[in-house]
Design a protein around this ligand. Structure first.
Ligand code: NAD
Length: 255
């Protein structure tokens, strides 16, 4: 029996978001959810969807704003008390630099990509300690492009490599407080963020044809693995990058 209680979901933009799939699986396993979205626009956009969940409160938290994560987590703690898990399902880069050569990445977009897609997770973990006095599980999403070259993934790959390394360091820092930190390395799935990556349909096609399971990963594949990592079923696992990609990382990508 899994046990997922009360948690925060960051990064729901629409029904295609990986965060949406994760929320559905968490709901099926009895969790209460609190949503954090980037802007008022997204708050409005997901408000109907959020009504399907038992705790449908939505907070706006643009992770690039200084102090936004701390302020929002403080508000949540005051209103809901201790939290058991947090899902960070957030990434951003200028789509003009998610095509062609990595070599042409600008300093401004490099820093912005790292800030939103990597540093924000460290800030989440730092503030998790306050809202998880009884311990808990924190999770982020990464992609195989951090390990091997995937055409067009470029600066996002560098941010994901840093994110994965952060997972290990953060797991080490937070272990003594009973807080586990892990990542799911998800196979490609069509979402708003993914549509910014050049030739994304080729990546999907490549994976579908070459993966050991001969199909693309689904939102539910990823979501169910997240539930495992967020629940007490994975109590002894921390600092790990778990691949949920129909086995694609075992064969690599080279189209
Ligand atoms: P998505 O576009 O649905 O979600 C990305 C989210 O990041 C959006 O909700 C967006 O609002 C949020 N975001 C961006 N900048 C933000 C900011 N400044 N403050 C707060 N939120 C911000 O796309 P997705 O594919 O569901 O992405 C979720 C995560 O999964 C990302 O980390 C992504 O890199 C990762 N991932 C995606 C795939 C894929 O193929 N789709 C594969 C592996 C990993």
């Amino acid at each position: 029996m899994t046990s997922v209680k009360k948690g925060i979901i960051m990064g729901m933009a629409n029904k295609f978001s990986i965060a949406c799939g994760i929320s559905e699986s968490l709901k099926d396993n009895g969790a209460d959810l609190i949503f954090l979205v980037q802007t008022e626009y997204f708050k409005e956009k997901i408000s109907e969807m959020a009504k399907n969940f038992s705790n449908n409160e939505i907070f706006v938290c643009d992770v690039i704003q200084d102090g936004a994560i701390e302020k929002t987590f403080d508000e949540i703690f005051e209103k809901f008390g201790p939290i058991d898990f947090i899902v960070h399902s957030i990434a951003f880069s200028d789509k003009n630099e998610l095509q062609g050569k990595y070599l042409n990445t600008s300093r401004a977009n490099f820093l912005n990509t790292m800030n939103i897609s990597c540093y924000s997770f460290t800030e989440v973990c730092k503030n998790a300690q306050k809202i998880m006095p009884n311990g808990g599980s924190v999770l982020c999403l990464t992609y195989y492009g951090s390990e091997k070259v995937v055409p067009n993934y470029n600066v996002m790959a560098i941010a994901k490599a840093a994110l994965e390394s952060s997972v290990r360091y953060l797991a080490n820092d937070l272990g003594e407080f009973g807080i586990r930190v892990n990542a799911i390395s998800a196979g490609p799935i069509k979402t708003l963020a993914a549509s910014g990556v050049g030739e994304f349909s080729k990546i999907l096609e490549y994976d579908r044809n070459r993966s050991p399971l001969k199909r693309n990963v689904t939102q539910k594949d990823i979501a169910d693995a997240c539930v495992f990592l967020l629940s007490n079923m994975s109590a002894g696992i921390t600092g790990e990058i778990i691949h949920v990609d129909c086995g694609c990382n075992t064969i690599g990508v080279n189209f």
